[in-house]
Design a protein around this ligand. Structure first.
Ligand SMILES: CC(C)(COP(=O)(O)OP(=O)(O)OC[C@H]1O[C@@H](n2cnc3c(N)ncnc32)[C@H](O)[C@@H]1OP(=O)(O)O)[C@@H](O)C(=O)NCCC(=O)NCCS
Length: 226
């Protein structure tokens, strides 16, 4: 065999992955045992890059979901990324890190316009159904580096899971920090840093985000008048 076609064959084996339905995932590197990538029917995927290093991880993309320019990195064991059905996902980076796998799950019908989601160890990010997440979003279950109490020499900034309930609108350029829960129907204003939980049916803005309106909801419709 010619050397160039041999190299091409090896590259194809390393960088492509066939799921259980026999579908190819391009730009995919999977190293480890018992890792699974499942894509349901009717997905439209362009430029999805997947890297998995570890064992027993799973990626599941729901039926009818559209993905453009997305990276999924799993460096863990038993981690998962689940994207529900009929989602629209653009310009995103999902990272699952740490020895015991965390989970990133996005509910049905979500629209995510761009940003980074990162989970560490067994801490999770859960996004409910029908959420609208604008561009420039950062969601992280930890701070990456450690803050240490000098008396005890113990880490103070522990990781915590994040939950965004159904039908939440996160405006552009928002950061959502460890341990936060955002109640259903709520809105987070542009440029906010959410460090504490927000109740349902509320509008919160600022750094750190504070509730400024209660008993509200929102609609994706751009043409609605009074
Ligand atoms: C959050 C938002 C939707 C709220 O709109 P609204 O309900 O009409 O808010 P108001 O204009 O009545 O503002 C209420 C108060 O909050 C303040 N405020 C509004 N948005 C703010 C923000 N993002 N950060 C800080 N303060 C904000 C206003 O200055 C005002 O303060 P005041 O009561 O002291 O005068 C809007 O301000 C916003 O952030 N829009 C950006 C939307 C976006 O990112 N779209 C991208 C595509 S999804």
């Amino acid at each position: 065999m010619e050397i160039t076609s041999f190299v091409k064959k090896i590259k194809k084996k390393l960088f492509n992955f066939r799921d259980k339905n026999g579908l190819f995932f391009t730009k995919t590197r999977v190293f480890g045992a018992n890792n699974r990538i499942i894509r349901d029917r009717g997905c439209r995927i362009s430029n999805l890059q997947i890297k998995i290093f570890g064992d027993n991880n799973i990626i599941h993309i729901g039926r009818g979901t559209k993905i453009e320019n997305m990276k999924i990195d799993i460096r863990s064991n038993g981690g998962s990324v689940t994207i529900g059905e009929s989602c629209r996902m653009f310009d995103l980076h999902f990272m699952v890190e740490g020895p015991k796998g965390g989970k990133i799950s996005i509910g049905r019908g979500a629209y995510c316009r761009g940003g980074n989601f990162s989970v560490y160890d067994s801490f999770d990010i859960e996004v409910g159904d029908d959420c609208l997440l604008a561009h420039g979003l950062d969601v992280m279950t930890g701070d990456a580096h450690s803050i240490i109490d000098l008396e005890t020499q113990k880490r103070m900034n522990k990781h915590k899971s994040i939950k965004i309930h159904n039908h939440v609108w996160i405006c552009a350029k928002v950061a959502i920090l460890k341990g936060v829960e955002i109640g259903s129907n709520s809105i987070v204003g542009l440029g906010s840093v959410v460090a504490k939980s927000i109740p349902p049916d509320s509008l919160a803005v600022g750094v750190p985000a504070k509730v400024i309106k209660k008993n509200i909801s929102w609609d994706e419709d751009r043409t609605m008048t009074d």
